[in-house]
Structure formats: structure tokens, C-alpha cells
Design a protein around this ligand. Structure first.
Ligand code: TRP
Ligand code: CA
Ligand code: ZN
Length: 378
């Protein structure tokens, strides 16, 4: 092992390193493999998708509900972006309540066809409004993450698939249909399904599903790195599309910022906001682009990308001589003077012992729990 660490890790970093152990899909690979860092997902891009979904609702009677014209227009909007980015897209039709419904599936070419990592969100709204938090937010974050995969030319070891579900609001109809029509052999290839339903609530909490421990830990560590406390999601376990996957034994996880439940005073102390509903516009006409907390949407969108990158593995070895170095003057130890921040963890310990720690360039300056180090991959 040839890693030079020029200064001590902080205690928090050491804890993060321990907590992250075992997350990567590359740890058992025969050759050294560096985990590529997930890109920062631009909030402006995610918000533009929400503006576009709002326009679609406005042009279609104010909603994007199953069986209404605004739903199919939403599907066509997302599909066009993915097609232009190089995805292989499929629209799947089903019938519910005597109306045709649609799922959109997008496959990113490449990766191991026997190990598929999937992320999804329901794209339908209720009929009373545009459904921008529920669930334009999850739909837009998954879309922008898929586009970021294309921009990065990311070629992970797993195959990536993204899904947008119809008729969730009628009882998870689209995702149940998708899972039901998947042959058992195809279900077995799904290494995980990540669900994003309501991730920009105006009075947000930061809830992580506690279904699969590896996925849960991946999200929790991301938020720990931001210094944002999380809680386990309990507002109606099974009330979104991950349940369709979980019910057939597929590992699931996801994020949620709260619906009609009221934020407690303890949660206000933890996250700010007010002791009112997480989303006072839940299933109402006021669920518009004004019904979004930008900070929550940004953090959760970045967390989507982080999980996709962290859980999909990579086949890119670190180039010989690569040095990750923090260039900041860290003598003060304050987060403010850190120019570059890395998450260091022990998860990339590889069989041949060529290197043992991995630095993930977070490409942002919003965390400061490790500082003043240098890793060398000789
Ligand atoms: N799925 C619900 C909806 O679309 C919202 C919801 C309630 C939810 N509880 C949840 C989503 C827990 C995810 C997790 O109306
Ligand atoms: Ca971001
Ligand atoms: Zn809903």
C-alpha cells in the first residue's frame, strides 16, 4: 500500500470511513478500481424540468393525472430529453380505470446486463393540481441524474436503468405492472431499485427509506457528509412505487421530504422550518413550482446522483501516479477555508492490495469534515 496521508483524518472522517465500508460494488474486482465521483447535479436544470412540467399542466387543464392529456405530454417530454442524450427508451402501456396509462423505461447502453441498478419516480399527478412536488420533484431529479450520466459518459460496471411510473396515485399501478410483466429471470438481475417520490417539500424533512441496509447507508452517509441529519421514512411505508419492487424481493431504498404529516418541534429544531405539514399543498391545487424548497431539492438531487454512482461500481482504474490533494490551508480547521473536499472511505480495499483508500472528489465545498490530506496512487 502506498498511500501518503500528510495530515490526520478528523474523527468524523474516520467514522465515515468505517461506516462506508463494504458499499462499493467494486471491492471484489480483480484489478484496482477507483470510484468515479458523482457530479454535482445543477439545481437550475432540475428546476427547469419542474417549470416545464408546470407548463405542461397549465396547457392541459391544470394537471398531469393518469388518463388526462397532461400525463402523456409529461411522458413525451421526459422521453425526448432521454432520446437526445443517447438512452434506449421504451414506453410501456397498461390500462387502469378504463384509461390507458404509460410507464417510461430508459436504459443506458453498457454495463453488466446481469447486474442492473434502477432508479425511478412516478410521473403522474393527482387531478387536483400540477403535482410539482408530488412528484415532479422526484421525476426531475431522476431525469437530471440520467442526463448527468450521459454528459459524463459514465460507464459503470452495472447496467443503469431509469423508470417513470404512471398511475401511482391510483395505487402504484404502473410500477406494479412493470414488475409483474418482468420475467423472474429479469427480476433477479435487478441489484437495487431507488425510489424518489416528493423530494422538494416546502417545509422539508430529510427521510431515508430503511429497507435495504446498503442503499440506506449510501444515502445516510451522503447527508452526513453535508452535515444534514436524516430520519427513517415512516409516513406510510409502502405508499410509493418501491413497494412494487420490494414485494418481489428486490432490494429498495429512496428519499422523501414529507407529505401531509406535521413536522414536530424536535424536527423543527433539527431541520428548521415550522411545526406545520411538511407539504401543506399535498394533493392540492397549490402544488405548483412555488411549492418547492430549493435547498431540499438540490440536496436530494445530488443524493440521487451520489447513490447512482456509488452503487453502480466503476471499471475505471486510477491512472498511475494520480494524486488527490487538498490544496487548502487547513490550519484553522474551518469548513470555510477548504478549497476541495473529499470523502475518504475504506470501501475500495481491493484484493491485490494495490491501494486501500479511495478519495471521491465531491466537486463542492459544502462539507468540511475532512481536511488536509493527500492520497497517492503510485
Ligand atoms: N406516494 C404518496 C403520493 O404520491 C406520497 C407518500 C406518502 C410517500 N407517504 C410516502 C412517498 C412515503 C414516499 C414515501 O401521494
Ligand atoms: Ca446540486
Ligand atoms: Zn401523490
Amino acid at each position: 500500500m502506498n498511500i501518503s496521508v500528510s495530515r490526520r483524518f478528523t474523527a468524523a472522517a474516520a467514522l465515515a470511513a468505517l461506516a462506508l465500508g463494504g458499499l462499493t460494488g467494486t471491492s471484489a474486482s480483480a484489478s484496482p478500481a477507483a470510484a468515479a465521483a458523482a457530479p454535482d447535479i445543477p439545481l437550475a436544470n432540475v428546476k427547469q424540468h419542474l417549470t416545464d412540467l408546470q407548463s405542461i399542466a397549465n396547457a392541459n387543464g391544470g394537471n398531469r393525472a393518469h388518463g388526462r392529456t397532461g400525463y402523456k405530454a409529461s411522458i413525451d417530454f421526459v422521453k425526448a430529453k432521454l432520446d437526445a442524450a443517447g438512452y434506449t427508451t421504451t414506453i410501456q402501456q397498461f390500462t387502469s380505470n378504463s384509461a390507458v396509462g404509460y410507464n417510461l423505461i430508459a436504459d443506458w447502453p453498457g454495463g453488466d446486463p446481469n447486474q442492473v441498478l434502477m432508479a425511478g419516480a412516478h410521473l403522474d399527478s393527482v387531478s387536483s393540481g400540477a403535482g410539482i412536488n408530488d412528484n415532479g420533484s422526484g421525476s426531475a431529479a431522476v431525469l437530471e441524474t440520467a442526463l448527468a450520466v450521459a454528459r459524463a459518459g459514465y460507464q459503470p460496471s452495472k447496467h443503469l436503468r431509469f423508470g417513470w411510473w404512471g398511475a401511482e396515485e391510483l395505487g402504484l399501478v404502473g410500477s406494479k405492472y412493470y414488475v409483474a410483466q418482468l420475467p423472474t429471470t429479469e427480476r433477479a438481475k435487478l441489484s437495487g431499485y431507488l425510489n424518489f417520490d416528493m423530494i422538494g417539500s416546502p417545509n422539508p424533512g430529510y427521510f431515508v427509506y430503511d429497507d435495504d441496509p446498503t442503499i440506506e447507508t449510501t444515502f445516510k452517509n451522503y447527508f452526513a457528509g453535508l452535515g444534514v441529519p436524516t430520519e427513517i421514512e415512516t409516513e406510510g411505508d409502502g405508499r410509493s412505487d418501491h413497494a412494487s419492487f420490494k414485494n418481489v424481493g428486490i432490494p429498495v431504498g429512496g428519499l422523501f421530504t414529507g407529505a401531509s404529516r406535521v413536522k414536530t418541534s424536535a424536527q423543527v429544531a433539527k431541520w428548521g422550518g415550522t411545526a406545520t405539514a411538511f407539504d401543506r399543498c399535498y394533493h392540492s391545487s397549490c402544488d405548483t413550482t412555488a411549492n418547492i424548497n430549493d435547498t431540499a431539492l438540490d440536496r436530494n438531487s445530488d443524493a440521487v446522483a451520489h447513490a447512482i454512482w456509488a452503487l453502480s461500481g466503476t471499471s475505471t482504474p486510477p491512472p498511475t501516479g494520480t494524486v488527490f490533494e487538498n490544496t487548502a490551508d487547513v490550519s484553522g480547521g474551518s469548513a470555510d477555508n477548504i478549497v476541495q473536499t473529499f470523502t475518504v472511505n475504506a470501501s475500495s480495499e481491493v484484493a491485490n492490495g494495490a491501494w486501500k483508500l479511495r478519495a471521491q472528489d465531491k466537486a463542492s465545498v459544502d462539507t468540511g469534515y475532512i481536511s488536509g490530506f493527500k492520497l497517492t496512487f503510485p
